[in-house]
Design a protein around this ligand. Structure first.
Ligand SMILES: O=P(O)(O)OC[C@H]1O[C@H](OP(=O)(O)O)[C@H](O)[C@@H]1O
Length: 325
């Protein structure tokens, strides 16, 4: 273990593990957990100098950052908290970091609720929404519509391989929403009954492309062909500032064991010695802006092509790694 790893609190390491293993998942939830972990690091730090405290917090941020690559809400959360780390003494640094993390978590919750209000204005009484994966931002739009007294129904895609659609279905049922759960391959057939496709996002690129759970792009193309509008619910924490300077968003490749067991693999091809059978498991895909009707944020709704103006306003032109001063 390096000194850097020694400095990272065990609670931070455990939060990082939870994110990597998807026990904590969903872009907004990951951001909230990461900010909370930095606050914990600040609270528990035994650093005696300002420099040591800063080093510890940056090491904690790096540990959290290295868990999953696609949802930009994670580095955006880390950057937000570390930028608020101010003071000339350890006590001041500790207090400012904790305050900033708590402010971040408060703003995250408020943003989601504001976004929900904006998104719910697009939903009419009696509408049917088709969902993909589980997005708290997308669900906040349904929740706000229900609070307005609108009746909403849902067609929920299962979302292989991890079946986050079950989480969506459970939440919607708790709210009393009639749910039809379908396998992913049934989506096109059920689009005939849908008034909206409603999904979240892990990252939004400067050109308005939406990076979300694998299968979103195919759904959006089918929805366009069927004339069903596609609404993406994404707080501004999902805007990916690096894409303004030409960077692309890394798509996470997850373990093949999420798709096939060892036995299933051996059943297909038991020749482990060659590379004849390759199993790939990308967690996300990219939906081009022309298939998206609106990106709904806490700052209002945007056509995807104009999201870059909001991105520039919020993040400026340049970015750095979250732990860089
Ligand atoms: O922030 P909220 O809207 O909750 O979720 C946003 C997105 O995060 C999820 O990723 P995963 O399940 O962590 O791979 C889904 O792709 C979902 O659309």
């Amino acid at each position: 273990m390096t000194d850097r790893h020694h400095a990272v609190d065990s609670a931070v390491a455990s939060t990082a593990d939870d994110i990597a293993e998807m026990r904590t998942r969903g872009a907004a939830t990951i951001a909230d957990a990461a900010a909370g972990a930095l606050a914990t690091q600040a609270k528990r730090s035994e650093a005696t100098t300002e420099a040591a405290f800063r080093t510890e917090l940056r090491a904690a941020a790096k540990t959290l950052y290295e868990t999953r690559p696609t949802a930009v809400s994670l580095p955006n959360a880390l950057r937000y908290v570390l930028r608020g780390m101010e003071g000339a003494t350890v006590a001041e640094l500790r207090a400012s970091t904790i305050d900033q993390a708590e402010a971040f978590q408060r703003e995250l919750a408020q943003a989601q609720s504001k976004l929900g209000t904006v998104g719910s204005n697009r939903l009419r009484d009696g509408d049917v929404v088709m969902t993909h994966c589980h997005s708290t931002d997308a669900l906040s739009c349904v929740e706000a519509a229900l609070e307005d007294g609108k009746e909403i129904e849902a067609i929920v895609k299962e979302t292989r391989p991890r079946k986050q659609g079950h989480i969506t279905a459970r939440q919607l049922r708790e709210w009393g929403v009639p749910v039809t759960l379908v396998v992913d391959n049934a989506a096109r057939r059920y689009l005939d009954r849908a008034d909206h496709v409603l999904v979240g996002a892990d990252s939004i690129a400067a050109d308005g492309s939406v990076i979300n759970k694998i299968g979103t792009s195919g759904l959006a193309v089918n929805a366009r062909e069927r004339g069903v509008p596609v609404m993406v619910a994404a707080q501004t924490i999902k805007l990916h500032p690096d894409t303004m300077t030409g960077h692309t968003v890394e798509i996470e490749m997850r373990a093949e064991s999420e798709i096939v067991s060892d036995d299933e693999r051996a059943d297909i091809d038991d020749e482990y010695t060659d590379d004849g059978l390759v199993v790939e498991n990308p967690a996300f895909d990219v939906t081009p802006p022309r298939y998206v009707d609106a990106i709904v944020t806490e700052r209002g709704q945007y056509p995807p092509e104009s999201i870059v103006t909001l991105m520039r306003e919020l993040f400026g032109e340049t970015t750095s790694e979250p732990w860089e001063p």
